[in-house]
Write a protein that binds this ligand. Structure first.
Ligand code: NAP
Length: 343
C-alpha cells in the first residue's frame, strides 16, 4: 500500500577498481516507502557519516564486515529522526543513530544493519554523535588508550592529524601526560589548526616537508607511540624512529586508497620492532562496542573541560555522496566528514 513518501537512495551499480569511487558507480533510485511492520521504525536521515572504510566495503573481498553487494543501498553510519514507530523502544521524533545508508528514509528494526538503531545520549547533537562521539572519536579513544597506552612525557607521532580520528588521538595522548605530540597533515592550513586548535606541540606538513628529517629533529629520543592512520612511506619512517618499548597503533592505511589493487606494501623498516623491543597492533573499533557508553561519557567530559577540540566538515545533497567519499582520499575534508540530508 505504501505511505506516499518517496525515498531517494543510492544503490551500488558497479565496483570502482583503481579509479576513484564516483557517481558512475551508483544509481540514484526513487521508491515509495512501504508501510512499516511491527518492531520496525521509519527514520528520516539527517546526517550521513563518511569514513574511509566505506571504500573498502566496495571491494568484493572478505573483511571485518561483508562487502556491499551490487544493487544494495550504500552502507553508511548516520543519524536520523524517527517519523513513525511500531517499536516500543522508539517514539516519533526520537533522534537515533544507526546504519541507515545513503538514502533519505530508512526502515530499520532493532538488530538490522551492522549498527542497530540507538537513541542519542542526552545532550549530544546529531553531528557530534557522528564525529567526536561517533566511530572516529571512539577509534581515537580505544586505539590510543588500549593500544598506544600513553605515559608521562611520551613522545607521540600521529598521522592524519587534522582528520577526525588523528586529531582526537593526539589530544587524548596529551590528556594522559604525553608531552611531545607531533602531528602529520597535508598542507600549512591543516598543520596550523593541528597546533593552534588541537594543541599538538608540532605538525609536519608531509606534502611540503622532508618527513624523515623532521621526525628525527622533533623526536630526538625516538617515538614512544606512533598512531598510524596512513601506512605506506610514513609508517616506514615512523618505524625507523621508534624508541625502545614503543607502541605502534595500526589504525588505518588510507595511503593505499583501500582499493583491491593497491594493497599497502609491508614496511621495509619493520625489523626495527625487534631491535627496539616494540609492539605493533591492529584493531577494529566495533570490537569495543560494549565499552562505547563509558568512552562517550569520558570524551564528553574532556570536551566540556576544553581539553578536546574537534572539527566537522559538512557537505550537502544525496547526489554528492560518491564525491564526498572520494574526497577523503584526496585530503579535501578538514575534520570529520559528514553530509547533511535534512534539518
Ligand atoms: N581501525 C578502526 O577501527 C578504524 C575506525 C575508523 C577509522 N579508521 C582509520 O582511521 C583513519 C582516519 O579515518 P577518518 O575517518 O578519521 O578520516 P580523516 O582522517 O578525517 O580523513 C582522511 C584523511 O586522510 C588523509 N589522507 C588521505 N590520503 C592520504 C595519503 N595518501 N597519505 C596520507 N594521508 C592521507 C587526508 O588528510 P591530509 O590532508 O592530512 O592528507 C584526509 O583528510 C583511516 O585510515 C581510517 O581507515 C580505522
Amino acid at each position: 500500500m505504501g505511505n506516499q513518501i518517496i525515498n531517494r537512495m543510492l544503490k551500488l551499480k558497479s565496483r570502482p577498481m583503481m579509479d576513484d569511487v564516483s557517481s558512475e558507480n551508483f544509481e540514484l533510485v526513487e521508491e515509495e516507502v512501504r508501510d512499516i511492520e511491527e518492531g520496525e521504525i521509519l527514520v528520516k536521515n539527517l546526517y550521513l557519516s563518511f569514513d574511509p572504510t566505506q571504500r573498502g566495503w566496495l571491494n568484493d573481498v572478505p573483511s571485518y564486515i561483508p562487502p556491499v553487494q551490487i544493487g544494495e543501498i550504500m552502507r553508511a553510519g548516520s543519524v536520523g529522526k524517527v517519523i513513525e514507530s511500531k517499536n516500543q523502544n522508539f517514539s516519533e521524533d526520537d533522534i537515533v543513530q544507526g546504519s541507515f545508508g545513503w538514502q533519505e528514509y530508512a526502515i530499520s528494526g532493532e538488530g538490522s544493519g551492522f549498527m542497530p538503531p540507538q537513541k542519542l545520549h542526552e545532550g549530544i547533537s546529531p553531528t557530534s554523535a557522528l564525529s567526536i562521539y561517533g566511530i572516529t572519536g571512539l577509534t581515537a579513544y580505544f586505539g590510543m588508550l588500549d593500544i598506544g597506552k600513553p605515559e608521562q612525557n611520551d613522545t607521540v607521532l600521529v598521522s592524519g592529524a587534522a582528520g577526525a580520528t588523528g586529531s582526537v588521538a593526539g589530544q587524548i595522548a596529551k590528556i594522559k601526560g604525553a608531552t611531545n605530540i607531533i602531528g602529520l597533515a597535508g598542507g600549512p592550513e591543516k598543520c596550523k589548526w593541528v597546533v593552534e586548535e588541537a594543541g599538538f606541540d608540532s605538525c609536519i606538513d608531509y606534502k611540503n616537508e622532508d618527513v624523515a628529517k623532521r621526525v628525527t629533529e622533533l623526536a630526538p629520543n625516538g617515538l614512544n607511540i606512533y598512531f598510524d592512520n596512513v601506512g605506506g612511506s610514513i609508517l616506514e619512517t615512523a618505524l625507523e624512529n621508534i624508541a625502545q618499548k614503543a607502541r605502534v597503533v595500526m589504525c588505518g592505511g588510507i595511503s593505499s586508497g583501500y582499493t583491491m589493487e593497491r594493497l599497502a606494501p609491508g614496511p621495509s623498516t619493520i625489523f626495527n620492532l625487534i631491535i627496539q623491543r616494540a609492539k605493533m597492533e591492529g584493531f577494529i573499533v566495533i570490537d569495543y562496542a560494549e565499552q562505547f557508553p563509558h568512552a562517550v561519557m569520558e570524551l564528553a567530559g574532556w570536551v566540556a573541560e576544553g581539553k578536546i577540540n574537534y572539527k566537522e566538515d559538512i557537505a550537502e545533497g544525496l547526489e554528492n555522496c560518491p564525491d564526498t567519499l572520494a574526497n577523503l582520499f584526496k585530503g579535501k575534508n578538514f575534520g570529520k566528514q559528514l553530509l547533511k540530508l535534512s534539518d
